[in-house]
Design a binder for this molecule. Structure first.
Ligand SMILES: *Cc1c(COP(=O)(O)O)cnc(C)c1O
Length: 341
C-alpha cells in the first residue's frame, strides 16, 4: 500500500504510478509486452497519430472490494470496443487476449496504487493506441503502439452524488452523422472542447448533444451516454453517432433485472417534458444525475430533479452498479475479473 497518497482527497487527474505496459505492432504482427517505468514515449515527429489523428483509447477501472479482492469491471467489453475503434480508423486491432493480459499485468505491477476499500477511489486504467509510422501522405500507418497507463482516481463527485444542470446548444456538434462518434477516438474530444468550455462558462456541467443530422433527437452528454426514466421505463438514445457506453449497457441490464422495461430508441427534445429522472452514464462518474436541461436556442428549461435530489431509479442503478464493482452485491452476470494478486 502506498502511504504517500491521501486517498480521500484524490481528484480525477493524473497521479504518477510505477509502471506502464506497451506493445508494438510491426511487420504485420504484435510483438512482446514491454514494461516501462518511464512516463514518456519516443515517437517520430511525422507519426500519423500526431498529424492525422490515428489515436483511440479506452477507460476502465479496478476496484479494491469489501473482501479485499481486486475487481476489474467488464474488461472484455473494453477489449472488444477498442478493436472496433481500431477497425474504424484503419488501425491494427489489438487481440482481445493481448488486451486482457496487458490490463492484468499493469494492474498487478501497480498494486500499491489501488485505493483501499471505503475511500470511494479506484484505479483508472487508460489503454490507448497510436499510429507510429512516419509519413506525410494521408494514409493509415503500418506501425502502431498500444500502451496502458494507470492512475488512482478519487470519487467523481466531490460534493457527493448531486444532480447538475446541463444544456443543449445547436451551434455545435461533436461528431458527424455516420462519422467517428461510434468509436472512442481522441479527436472526438478535441471537437467537443469548445462547446464544453462554453457550457462551463455558462454554469453547466455538460452539453447534451443532439443528433448531428436532424438536431431533433438526443444523442449523448459529451463523454457520457444519456438515459432517462419515463413512465417507469429506462429510455436511452439509439444513434449511430454515439459511443456504446459499457456503463449504459450495464444499467440497461440492471434495469431489466429489476423488472423494468428498457427502450433504446430515438428520443426527441420535446420528450424531456415527460421524463421523471435523467442522468449521464460513463465509467468516470458511473451515473451523473441531471437536475435540469436548458435549451439555449429556444430558451426552454426542462426541470427534472424538482426537489434537487437524484431520483430513486437513478440512485438504485448507481448503488447496484457500484455494489457489484466493490464486491458488495453478487455479480450475477460475471462482469468482474478478479485479479490474482
Ligand atoms: C467513453 C465514453 C462514454 C462512456 O462509456 P463507458 O464505457 O460507460 O465508460 C460515453 N460517450 C463517449 C463519447 C465516450 O468516449
Amino acid at each position: 500500500m502506498n502511504n504517500d497518497i491521501d486517498w480521500g482527497s484524490l481528484g480525477f487527474g493524473y497521479v504518477p504510478t510505477d509502471y506502464n505496459v506497451r506493445c508494438y505492432f510491426r511487420d504485420g504482427k504484435w510483438g512482446e509486452i514491454e514494461v516501462s517505468s518511464s512516463p514518456y514515449m519516443e515517437m517520430h515527429i511525422a507519426a500519423t497519430a500526431l498529424h492525422y489523428g490515428q489515436e483511440i483509447f479506452e477507460g476502465l477501472k479496478a476496484f479494491r472490494g469489501k473482501d479485499g479482492k481486486v475487481r476489474i469491471f467488464r474488461l472484455e467489453e473494453n477489449a472488444r470496443r477498442i478493436a472496433d475503434s481500431a477497425r474504424g480508423l484503419l488501425m491494427a486491432p489489438i487481440p482481445e487476449d493481448l488486451f486482457r493480459e496487458m490490463v492484468l499485468k499493469v494492474v498487478k505491477l501497480n498494486e500499491r496504487f489501488i485505493p483501499p476499500y471505503g475511500t470511494g477511489a479506484s484505479l483508472y486504467i487508460r489503454p490507448f493506441e497510436v499510429g507510429m509510422t512516419a509519413q506525410v501522405g494521408v494514409k493509415p500507418a503500418k506501425e502502431y503502439c498500444f500502451v496502458i497507463l494507470v492512475s488512482p482516481v478519487g470519487p467523481y463527485f466531490k460534493e457527493g452524488f448531486r444532480p447538475t444542470k446541463i444544456c443543449i446548444m445547436r451551434e455545435y456538434d461533436r461528431v458527424a452523422p455516420k462519422g467517428t462518434g461510434r468509436w472512442k477516438v481522441g479527436g472526438n474530444y478535441a471537437a467537443s472542447l469548445a462547446s464544453g468550455e462554453r457550457a462551463h462558462e455558462m454554469g453547466y456541467s455538460a452539453v447534451l448533444f443532439l443528433d448531428p443530422r436532424e438536431k431533433k433527437y438526443l444523442d449523448e452528454c459529451g463523454p457520457a451516454n444519456f438515459f432517462a426514466i419515463k413512465d417507469g421505463k429506462y429510455i436511452t438514445p439509439a444513434s449511430d453517432s454515439i459511443l456504446p457506453s459499457i456503463t449504459n449497457k450495464s444499467f440497461m441490464q440492471i434495469a431489466r433485472d429489476l423488472g423494468m422495461e428498457v427502450e433504446q430508441r430515438h428520443i426527441t427534445v420535446d420528450e424531456l417534458e415527460e421524463v421523471t429522472e435523467a442522468a449521464a452514464a460513463g465509467t468516470a462518474a458511473v451515473a451523473s444525475p441531471i437536475a435540469e436541461i436548458d435549451d439555449i436556442d429556444t430558451g426552454k428549461k426542462y426541470v427534472i430533479a424538482r426537489d434537487g435530489n437524484p431520483g430513486p431509479v437513478t440512485t438504485q442503478l448507481y448503488n447496484t452498479l457500484r455494489g457489484i464493482q466493490y464486491g458488495e452485491i453478487e455479480d450475477t452476470h460475471n462482469w468482474c475479473t478478479i485479479v490474482d494478486l
